[in-house]
Ligand binder design. Sequence first.
Ligand code: HEM
Length: 233
Amino acid sequence: MSSRFKEEEISKNKQLRLEYVKDFVEFDDDDIQALKSAGPVLGPVLPNLIDQVYFKLFSYDPTKQVFVQRYGSLDQATGEKILTLDSSAIKGRKDFLTRWVKMIIAGDYESGQIWKYMERVGVVHAGASLKHGPPLFVCLRDCLLLFGWLETILVKTLLDVPDSMLSIEEKARTIAAFNKVLWIQAEFFSHAQEKDQPPRSEILMSKPVGFALMVVALSTIVTAICWKLATGI
Ligand code: HEM
């Protein structure tokens, strides 16, 4: 147990909260290196991955409606009457998501710039004011579902990479690093949506952060066990 982190201080100090989250999921320099090493192999498949994300979001009414409500059903640029995956508004959103994946892989972890970016991404979905449009609200349920699904796709994609490009050990390290960083990003989403709730110190561990971190720990352990069973490493 690390005594560095006390609930009253984590709730008040943003930097300490981030340290707590990173410490809990055991995110370290090896993870940063593992993410960077995935760049060359994920680069070529990235456009397809992003297409899959938006296909998924358009396959369910609750998630598709977020886009229809935001951009209307008329595509301003082409005059199309129906918002589709090829509409210019959606192409713009795909660019945002592509940038996010690239930042996760090769962002500036050293200066901490990446954490500011990840915090902003969480805040953007939780009703922050935006220069270019009305505030956006996406419910946490759908954000977390997308994280879960995305992680499965990333694991499958990395497992499919030939061993000659990324050794089995490198794949294991990269999958673990993605698992950790996705959960850190998910925690930023969760935190951004908690702002109207009582201070965390008043509801000690009864709400999402404690629960989510427990799920991360379990998810990492289960991934490691499956990996050991599958590869015998
Ligand atoms: C894995 C979870 C998600 C990630 C990583 C993600 C990532 C992003 C990023 C990077 C941006 C651009 C933020 C900026 O302005 O800098 C963005 C914007 C946006 N996201 Fe998400 N997103 C997620 C979940 C969702 C879900 C579930 C929906 C809808 C159902 C959604 C709808 C939107 C919309 C509509 C915008 C555009 C806001 C605007 O007009 O600028 N996102 N997202």
